[in-house]
Design a protein around this ligand. Structure first.
Ligand code: ACO
Length: 432
């Protein structure tokens, strides 16, 4: 790829020498000091745990301006995509770089719907799990297990094999996620029905039962589709970087995506919406909010306001605004007067006026309202991160593909500063 332009030089004085490092400019965002040759030229590494000042790749997929609260996919603002597009169209955009024409979109939709079924042998995996297994434990295992069914995908040098792997992953994730939910609740698996939209099909596979006729609710299907769009990609976050790192060794794409699922699980990342809803429930009523705000500000209390703050956004997460509107639509449609939504709205209002949150630039993130919607739809909290993973699969695939096609990418291998024991000689156990 390498389309970033050199626009300057940074000089580093070190050990009595001046090293010149190229300064690169992308299309948007701050300039970047290219330190690739630093070790070779100056015999030093850079140290940046948490990668707050470190870029790992050049990418053309997603851009975030955290200060302004901007999120673009292939240049298109997320608000426009959420308002005017659908998840499969956004998926095409992320994977291919351009919005599809009508015939391209028909072909892509057909391809995805032709791959929604799982190999029947996959169903046997579920029987090995305890009924109360956490859905993310099952998802991590079963996505990784899919690599056993598609050995051809190991050939990452073949663009057709790569394309097929991405189509299969996008197509099968809803079926897998729905089976995980059904296994937890002890209901029979529902097979995909390909004349339904992506979101309708997923909701049906989750909530239809053989004993009753199931009718899709267009408002809920639209909300589900929006949630998928809002979670589709988010540049080099922890799980995406994990997928790229795992894939950089040439690992099977399903295994690399399984690594992304594992990374997404944690409460600082994809698990935050589950943690956020639990927190809103724990707060319970508007009058208890000050107590929780005080705890969030107390340095001696590890409690954090879940759904607030973001590594990159130091302004409103643009996805949170869409999510808040969608939450209101879903609750209205379902006729739910949810006290949790009242707590969420009031908590947001109070926190946004509080000096601590203003100073630290802590704003609601995408997870603040998504839990309220998913809960109203009938998903148990443990399923929330699974739905996030389902939607993020297309982002992981797009990023993985970009990495594979980038000739400058090598196996990811960060360095360290060693602060352990200096060299010493082994002492026999009886002499210690
Ligand atoms: N509540 C209270 N204080 C907070 C919060 C919060 N939610 N988030 C950050 N802070 C404070 C920290 O205590 C720290 O204060 P200090 O400077 O006095 O030590 C300061 O803000 C900076 O916090 P860091 O943890 O250094 O910021 P970082 O960028 O590493 O963390 C993160 C970002 C993990 C998202 C954090 O804000 C957080 O834990 N939020 C709650 C969990 C959450 O909602 N995660 C979802 C993220 S979105 C996603 O993954 C889809």
């Amino acid at each position: 790829m390498n389309t970033a332009k050199q626009t300057g030089i940074a000089k580093l004085d070190i050990n009595g020498r001046t090293i010149e490092l190229p300064v690169l400019s992308g299309v948007e965002g701050p300039d970047v000091v290219d330190v690739k040759r630093l070790y070779a030229e100056a015999d030093v590494f850079t140290l940046d745990p948490g990668f707050t000042s470190t870029g790992s790749c050049e990418s053309q997929i997603t851009f975030i301006d955290g200060e302004k609260g901007v999120l673009l996919h292939r240049g298109y603002p997320i608000e426009q995509l959420a308002a005017n597009s659908g998840f499969l169209e956004v998926s095409y955009l992320l994977l291919n770089g351009e919005l599809p024409t009508q015939s391209e979109f028909r072909k892509f939709t057909h391809e995805v719907t032709q791959h929604t079924m799982l190999h029947t042998q996959m169903d046997r995996f579920f029987e090995g799990f305890r009924r109360d297994s956490h859905p993310m434990a099952m998802l991590t295992g079963t996505v990784g297990a899919m690599s056993a069914f598609y050995p051809g995908a190991m050939d990452s040098s073949d663009p057709d094999e790569r394309h097929l792997a991405y189509i299969r992953l996008i197509a099968k994730m809803p079926t897998l996620a729905a089976r995980i939910y059904k296994y937890n609740v002890g209901q029979p698996f529902v097979n995909p029905q390909n004349d339904l939209s992506y979101a309708e099909n997923f909701l049906r596979m989750c909530f239809a039962v053989p004993a009753e006729k199931y009718e899709t609710n267009p408002i809920l299907a639209k909300a589900m589709d929006k949630i998928f769009i809002l979670h589709a990609d988010h540049e080099q976050n922890a799980s995406t970087s994990t997928v790229r790192l795992a894939g950089s060794s040439g690992a099977h794409p399903y295994a690399a995506v399984a690594a992304g699922v594992a990374s997404l699980w944690g409460p600082s990342h994809g698990g935050a919406n589950e943690a956020c809803l639990n927190m809103l429930r724990e707060i319970g009523s508007v009058d208890r909010i000050p107590e929780f705000i005080a705890r969030a500000k107390d340095k001696n209390d590890p409690f954090r306001l879940m759904g607030f703050g973001h590594r990159v956004y130091k302004n409103y997460d643009p996805r949170a605004t869409v999510m808040q509107e969608t939450a209101a639509e879903v609750l209205y449609e379902l006729g739910i007067d949810n006290p949790v939504l009242q707590v969420a709205k009031e908590l947001e209002r109070i926190a946004l006026e509080d000096d601590y949150f203003i100073e630290k630039k802590l704003y609601p993130n995408v997870d603040f309202y998504s839990g309220v919607i998913l809960d109203a739809m009938g998903f148990p909290t443990e399923m929330f991160t699974v739905l996030f993973a389902l939607a993020r699969t297309v982002g992981w695939c797009s990023q993985l593909n970009e990495m594979i096609e980038d000739p400058s990418q090598r196996i990811g291998r960060p360095r360290q500063i060693y602060t352990g024991a200096a060299r010493r000689d082994f002492i026999e156990i009886k002499s210690r």
